[in-house]
Design a binder for this molecule. Sequence first.
Ligand code: ZN
Length: 317
Amino acid sequence: MKIKGFGINADALKEDDLGQKKFDLDCLARNLEHFTDMDFDFVEIPLHRLEEISDGSFSPSHIEKIRRILSSFPFKYTVHGPDPLNLKNKEDISSQKENLIKSIEFAHALESEILVFHAGKYAAFKILNSSGSRRQEFSRRTIEKMLALEREMLYTAAERAEELGVTIAVENIQPYLDRSPYCYSELLSLLREQVDAVNHPNIGITLDVGHAFLSASFYRFNFIDEISKTVPYIRHVHIHDNFGRVTKTSENGGTELMAEGYGDLHLPMGFGRIPVDKVLSLLHHCPCVILHEIHSSPKEYTKEALKLTKGILSEVA
Ligand SMILES: [Zn+2]
């Protein structure tokens, strides 16, 4: 077995009086405490959406506070970078590049070798919504231009990442009934093409197994074949379960739909329909952390998911 270990995501979000969720140090400490009697090696620390990142998030004193909390727990860490806004606007790109480089430095300060990066959308959802149309169409040429802008940003950031021993792992994302195609990384094949085109050793892929399963059902590609083709690019894995039923953007996270098994549920592995044994038998040689990216679940279920994945990997290794 070549994998580096097993991980879990910290949420670290606290709701303020206006109902806005913000990164909170006490919540982070409570999350880590919650994981201590589980057998995880890594915890993923989130840097949330760009809009929520104030200058203070990257200040040395803030990073030092986070480091102090992390060092009192027996884990190693990975970092989930902020979501970019969109690829359409050049000014956005330059602020995104700046934040991406700061995120790499943040990952390095936490001794993380991985920074998870969400690929750029063709337009931010709020722009798509305000357009009033069901979905916004983009010409092939416009999309090519956006992808070139992103490649330029990724290459510059990868140079800094190389100096610091960090790999930027671009994640595949889930489709939506009313918005897709809204990002090239809904398709693993296009994500591989983009990573090939950037052509830098410090750029790889975060395979999000749950997102790939939803995409396979929406775009009708062969889930296992696509993962198999992606294996040489994989530097990090997000693993979670769902039923392969895609929703609209507005329905994402709706409790009724969740109860009926729709959407990007981020269930503990083994609680949905993903053929986890087939997936893991392809991944055991990848130099990556198998990170359980679960949205609020009872501790027992998380432990079951970890036991399941460890069991399969020890059999196939
Ligand atoms: Zn993910």
